[in-house]
Design a protein around this ligand. Structure first.
Ligand code: SF4
Ligand code: SF4
Length: 376
């Protein structure tokens, strides 16, 4: 085991290989507050990558309803059972990661789902945290009874557990963009990766007898275009671009701005230790205790910053740019009520107003002798 620095844990940790950060790292931001669980992302991914034989059950992208939705069933409950409750002191994780808590002779502390675990992708969908009487009107925030949506893909982790566990070195992390891939020729189907991934984002193909996973739509990324799950998102909750190395902060980078400057986007279950590269803006009306377990100790600050967005033109402008272009946005700027996104060369991709103008119709249209509804 080597000592590597995991910035999300605030400390060094044990990992089977030396740290080799890629030249740049692809990363995503998902705003959970805007997701409507339409599953368009799920279908876009499925129809693009997993429509073949042996892939029927695979959803490289899935959207589950918390607290009772999971794919595979109970994946994060199992993870929390393996690791115990998250422990943080002054922003530093003091618990053991999936690598540090591995049983003797193994590299990762994991568990292997059965076919039954993979059989219910919609379990718990739209199920609230408790009973709601028929006709109940919920009139206060945060709600006592709640649910929220969690969109999930492979995190293309900096320290992938799947890669660490593979006895064949069949999983690799691309040095040019940090995308994690399974070499289908080298894989022998031992499923050590499936057991190891804390997020359960490697899946075994029973037909080809090898493991498969999200490939981050690398043919699109190589052409400067965001992945299918991002460009198809109806709720415009997603953005994909590159995150700087831990010691660097580029405030013009959309990912750096949200993760490192405003700190509204947080990693999912960072205590597992893989340094995931999908970052979530937490659901602001879910209970904080629940969110701290899920996104770490900085949840309160993230939620409070997000709640002030109307007074924060830079943050508001960047959020308005989500879903506004297919191209990868490398930088952005907000000026005079307009947010603009730029490509790698600094060429403008798109501009959007921070606030759309409002038009109020006369309630009664005398010319046509009819009533008009005001809609957005
Ligand atoms: S989320 Fe899982 S499959 Fe994806 S890179 Fe991390 S450990 Fe590997
Ligand atoms: S397409 Fe977007 S809004 Fe719809 S479920 Fe997926 S992440 Fe949520």
């Amino acid at each position: 085991m080597a000592d590597v620095f995991n910035w999300q844990l605030g400390r060094d940790m044990q990992y089977p290989y030396q740290a080799e950060r890629p030249a740049r790292q692809i990363a995503w931001i998902f705003d959970t507050n805007k997701c409507i669980a339409c599953q368009t992302c799920t279908v876009a991914c499925k129809s693009t990558w997993t429509s073949g034989t042996g892939q029927e059950y695979m959803l490289w992208n899935n959207v589950e309803t918390k607290p009772f939705g999971f794919f595979p069933t109970g994946w994060d409950v199992e993870l929390l059972n393996l690791l115990g409750p998250a422990k943080w002191e002054g922003g530093v994780s003091t618990g053991n990661t999936v690598f540090e808590s591995a049983p003797a002779g193994e590299r990762v502390n994991g568990w292997l789902p059965t076919s039954e675990h993979w059989a219910h992708p919609n379990i718990g969908e739209d199920e609230p945290s408790g009973p709601v009487e028929r006709g109940t009107y919920i009139d206060k925030l945060p709600h006592d009874t709640w649910f929220s949506y969690l969109a999930r893909i492979c995190n293309h982790c900096t320290y992938p557990a799947c890669l660490a566990a593979c006895p064949r070195q069949a999983i690799y992390k691309r040095p040019e963009d940090g995308i994690v891939l399974v070499d289908q020729e080298r894989c022998r189907g031992y499923q050590e990766c499936v057991a190891a991934c804390p997020y359960k984002k490697v899946m075994f193909n029973n037909e080809s007898r090898v493991s498969e996973k999200c490939i981050a739509c690398f043919p699109k990324i190589e052409q400067g275009i965001q992945p299918q799950c991002v460009t198809s998102c109806i709720g415009r909750i997603r953005i994909a671009s590159f995150i700087s190395a831990p010691e660097t902060v580029n405030p013009q980078s959309p990912i750096d701005f949200l993760v490192k400057v405003r700190k509204v986007a947080l990693p999912l279950y960072p205590q597992a230790g893989t340094e995931p590269n999908v970052y979530y803006i937490p659901p602001i009306h879910a209970p904080r205790e629940y969110l701290r377990q899920m996104f770490g100790p900085n949840v309160d600050e993230a939620v409070e910053t997000y709640q002030q967005i109307a007074a924060d033109d830079e943050l508001l402008g960047l959020m308005m740019l989500f879903g506004s272009t297919e191209r990868i946005m490398h930088s952005f700027a907000v000026k005079d009520g307009i947010a603009t996104g730029y490509d790698e060369d600094g060429t403008e991709l798109v501009s959007v107003p921070l606030r759309e103008p409002t038009f109020i119709r006369e309630y009664f249209d005398e010319v046509h002798n009819t009533y008009r509804q005001n809609i957005t």
